[in-house]
Design a protein around this ligand. Structure first.
Ligand code: PRX
Length: 645
């Protein structure tokens, strides 16, 4: 890479072969973004062309109206002409003694068609919601594509989410079918996913549960409603006509955390999502025919949807997915996977990068990573030191490093410098993509000058792959994204600023959402979970910085009864595991007498956070119970002292 001052630029060789290596594309898009996206959209296969590119009836907008398309057909059939024996998918199981499973485009299409036919036989029709609660195994991709093929709406739920978290999502979507597995391997253990699924489907509309045989552990079986995935597919036909989907038909619902306790079902539609995933993967990861991309995200998150699955397949590349933890059974497992499968593009989260770094450089010194040509980061701010380590030790100083900003709501990456152009600046995510209009606004709605922090917003015409609403909750849609600056300005809930060159640096969320190891969870969700503990009256969660996970929650809880503190703390943690899962467990639980509140009863989380970080507490005169602050402080010091000794 070429370094000029504190900026990096791609070397000539990379530039030469990159899809995009001229800045002109930015001006072209800026001149007429709608026309620009129309040109991009033509790279996808449409069963019927659109007759109106963009319609904006704030706060709603639509793209490619009147067009018909099928995402699965674009991922598979359209690649087959040139690529039938090309490898589409490499699956790496967690147990090292097990062999990877590999699918060519042709083989993947066959499996998807069989699964699509099987779903139809179970009664799934266009528009029906299908729950998918699967680990990272090929069947998660097969199931998602099968849904897309027949026009069913998939809702993938991360396999580490608890039965309760799955239940809430199944209830909201009213899915009648759930696809799950007997189990999966995680750090050498078998996790019995079927029993979670059984618990979750009680009190939902799920009528049939399809089960992939992965670990062959014993499962409770109800032959009336349980079906083995492989049995269903065995006699199915290998062809299935892809459904002609209207551009604005629903493609999938993915739940994510907002400011309140209840997760929101984010809606994505067929045409716009297909166009944006294909385009962003192509230009940001510079996906070419011989690329092998490993995006480490689970399919249960938007990153897994878009860059582990849809975008690589839309671009005819090879995608690698991995069942296990990147540091299991040894800290270098991830490095071995890169070498073994000759990965050319590696896309992961800062949490993983910091963890690799912590294991020590010695471990990876022996890996040359000679196949790698591009690195990506996503999900949380990457600090300069992690950026530099990743760039030097994994990329060996020769790979462009794209720090990609986006959200579940945006469907695909919206801000990052392009690998064939640059510039790359440690800890800055870069420039908005061509065709993406953003601004950074102060609280009055004025554009912030250089280096001044404000709120990141997205401006019309937005982008084709952005959300179309919140499932069954138009009020939430309006209130979360379009209330702060009006219905023409999408509020991202992220704080950011721009440098002299227009490069954007993301500072972090300005709402009550935490990013714990890149996982999005709201303080409200954690507080609601804690509140279900019978002895807890109320609680407050705040996020504090963490060396590896970026941010971790700590929780202050008021108990109803005098009980041993250790028992209460364990009870709260168990309750959070039960309601959400183990993804965002609090680092500390403080049992306190009361929480600092304003006279109107609002809990002042800001003060609790400052108690932890040691910042100035500020004005306490608005509190109805200022004396509690000192007491909590004393308690924290006491406990911290004890923990250290
Ligand atoms: O705060 C931003 C952070 O992740 C949030 C979106 O989370 P989620 O919907 O789970 O999607 C994560 C993966 C796309 C954003 O509002 N975020 C995402 N990417 C970055 C980031 N923060 C800083 N830098 C990034 N590159």
């Amino acid at each position: 890479m070429i370094k000029k001052d504190n900026l990096y630029f791609p070397p000539e060789k990379f530039k030469k072969s990159a899809w995009i290596n001229k800045k002109g594309i930015y001006q072209e898009a800026e001149k007429d973004p709608i026309k620009f996206w129309e040109k991009i959209a033509k790279e996808a296969y449409w069963k019927k062309p659109w007759n109106l590119a963009f319609e904006h009836k704030a706060p709603y907008f639509k793209w490619f109206l009147g067009g018909q398309i099928n995402l699965a057909e674009n991922c598979l059939d359209k690649n087959l002409e040139k690529k039938k024996d090309k490898i589409a998918l490499i699956w790496e199981p967690e147990p090292v003694e097990e062999q990877p499973r590999i699918f060519t485009y042709k083989e993947l299409l066959k499996e998807v068609n069989k699964a699509a036919n099987a779903l139809k036989k179970l009664g799934v029709k266009k528009g029906d919601r299908v729950g998918i609660y699967l680990p990272m195994i090929p069947e998660v991709i097969i199931s998602m594509l099968a849904c897309a093929r027949i026009g069913a709406v998939h809702t993938v739920v991360f396999s580490a989410f608890s039965p309760q978290a799955l239940k809430v999502r199944l209830q909201d979507t009213e899915a009648r079918i759930l696809i799950t597995a007997d189990g999966y391997f995680r750090r050498g253990q078998i996790i019995n996913l079927k029993s979670n699924a059984d618990e979750a489907t009680k009190e939902t509309k799920v009528e049939k549960v399809v089960v992939v045989k992965r670990t062959k552990n014993e499962v409770v079986w109800n032959p009336e409603i349980n079906f083995w995935f492989e049995d269903l597919l065995k006699n199915e036909k290998e062809v299935c006509e892809p459904e002609a989907m209207d551009s604005e038909d629903l493609l999938f619902i993915l739940y994510t955390s907002g400011s309140t306790g209840k997760p929101k079902g984010i809606l994505h539609t067929c045409g716009g999502y297909t166009v944006q995933s294909k385009f962003t993967g192509k230009i940001i990861f510079d996906l070419h025919d011989n690329d092998i991309i490993w995006c480490t995200s689970d399919a249960g998150w938007i990153t897994g949807h878009t860059y582990a699955i849809y975008s690589p397949l839309l671009n005819g590349a090879t995608t690698v997915i991995f069942e296990g933890a990147p540091d299991w059974p040894t800290p270098e497992r991830w490095a071995q996977i890169i070498e073994e499968h000759k990965v050319t593009i590696f896309y992961t989260a800062p949490t993983a990068i910091r963890m690799f770094e912590k294991y020590g450089a010695e471990i990876i010194k022996k890996y040359k990573f000679s196949t790698l040509r591009l690195l990506g980061s996503v999900g949380e701010p990457i600090d300069e030191s992690a950026w530099n380590w990743y760039f030097a030790e994994v990329g060996k100083g020769k790979c462009p490093l794209v720090d990609t900003w986006w959200q579940t709501e945006t469907g695909g990456i919206l801000i990052t410098s392009l690998p064939g152009i640059g510039p790359f600046k440690p800890s800055f995510t870069g420039l908005p993509l061509p065709g993406v209009k953003i601004d950074i606004l102060d609280d009055e709605g004025k554009s912030c000058p250089v280096n001044k922090e404000g709120n990141l917003v997205i401006l019309p015409p937005f982008t084709p792959g952005m959300l179309r609403g919140v499932y069954k909750n138009p009020e939430k849609y309006l209130e979360t994204y379009w209330a702060k600056y009006g219905t023409n300005t999408y509020f991202t809930s992220d704080g950011a600023f721009r440098d002299e060159g227009g490069l954007v640096r993301i500072v972090g969320r300005v709402d009550d959402v935490l990013k714990v190891a890149g996982h999005r969870v709201s303080t409200g969700e954690l507080e609601n979970a804690a509140a279900k503990h019978p002895d807890i009256i109320e609680s407050a969660v705040v996020g504090i910085p963490d060396e590896i996970k970026g941010e971790v929650p700590i929780i202050f809880a008021v108990s109803r009864k005098e009980k041993p503190e250790e028992e209460l703390k364990k009870g709260i943690i168990d309750q959070i595991k039960k309601e959400i899962g183990p993804i965002a467990l609090p680092k500390e639980v403080y049992i306190v007498e009361d929480l600092p509140k304003t006279r109107s009863g609002k809990i002042m989380r800001r003060i609790l956070k400052r108690l932890f970080t040691g910042e100035e507490l500020g004005d306490l005169s608005t509190l109805s119970n200022p004396e509690i602050v000192e007491k909590i402080k004393g308690k924290m010091q006491n406990l911290n002292g004890k923990n250290k000794s």
